[in-house]
Design a protein around this ligand. Structure first.
Ligand code: Z5A
Length: 205
């Protein structure tokens, strides 16, 4: 059986990932593709417990290295117990965030040394890379304004604007480093404008 494709979607808060995920799932289904939707941190029973620990406001202060290692612990469960089995069955997998988030948030945002992230990546992820990453790019102020009515913020959302600016710059830098895999999509305009760009890119797969 032909192995499925692994697609990831990434970007700063309010970029429109959740909105576009609904479209992508429907679009791929119309092409007869079986799609497994999942997310990081999370996607497995253990991963979701780690997610709660990572995002809960009541967790309190967390050392940046701990945060990074928890992201990768959840990712290990995710790859071994969910993503690889699905791909091997011929399903396609769409993950809301993956390793690029660690480079952007823990590397760019928290300022952790990229070589540490790369060490964990080579241990946990090895040479398993997404077939395609859709990076939704939006200026941080626009992304924030889209989500500000949502109420209580999680532990990471409580960071300052500068933090999210660094996250965005790290994403852009990664898209330049891996231009074949990471497709930078302007998500600052209408939902339809973003959707159009995504469908054109998906057609190339
Ligand atoms: N994290 C990390 O630090 N390291 C890692 O390795 C990993 C993750 C894997 C997980 O959050 C957190 O974990 C995240 C990074 C960190 N922290 N933060 N901050 P998440 O992924 O579950 O949640 P999120 O990133 O905060 O997602 P979000 O805020 O829900 O953003 P979104 O999914 O991109 O946005 P949306 O829900 O699709 O859209 C938000 C609103 O904007 C909604 O009302 C839409 O209708 C509207 N929208 C969407 N697109 C448009 C356009 N084009 N125009 C106008 N309005 C729009």
């Amino acid at each position: 059986m032909e192995r499925g494709k692994f697609i990831t979607i990434d970007g700063v808060e309010g970029a429109g990932k959740s909105t576009q995920i609904d479209f992508i799932c429907e679009y791929l289904k119309t092409k007869g593709i079986r799609i497994v939707l999942t997310r990081e941190p999370g996607g497995t029973e253990i991963g979701e417990k780690i997610r709660t620990l990572l995002l809960s406001n009541s967790t309190g202060q967390m050392h940046a290295d701990t945060e990074l290692m928890l992201m990768f612990a959840a990712r290990n469960e995710h790859i071994q117990n969910k993503i690889l089995p699905a791909l091997e069955q011929g399903d396609w997998v769409l993950s809301d965030r993956f390793t690029d988030s660690s480079y952007a948030y823990q590397g760019g945002g928290r300022g952790l040394d990229v070589s540490r992230i790369a060490q964990l990546e080579s241990w946990v992820v090895q040479d398993f890379t997404p077939d395609m990453t859709l990076l939704l790019d939006v200026p941080v102020e626009i992304g924030m304004s889209r989500v500000e009515s949502r109420g209580e913020k999680d532990r990471i959302e409580m960071e300052e604007m500068d933090f999210f600016d660094r996250v965005r710059q790290a994403y852009i830098a990664r898209s330049r480093e891996f231009p074949d895999r990471i497709k930078l999509i302007d998500s600052s305009q209408t939902i339809e404008h973003t959707t159009k760009q995504i469908s054109a890119i998906l057609d190339t797969l």
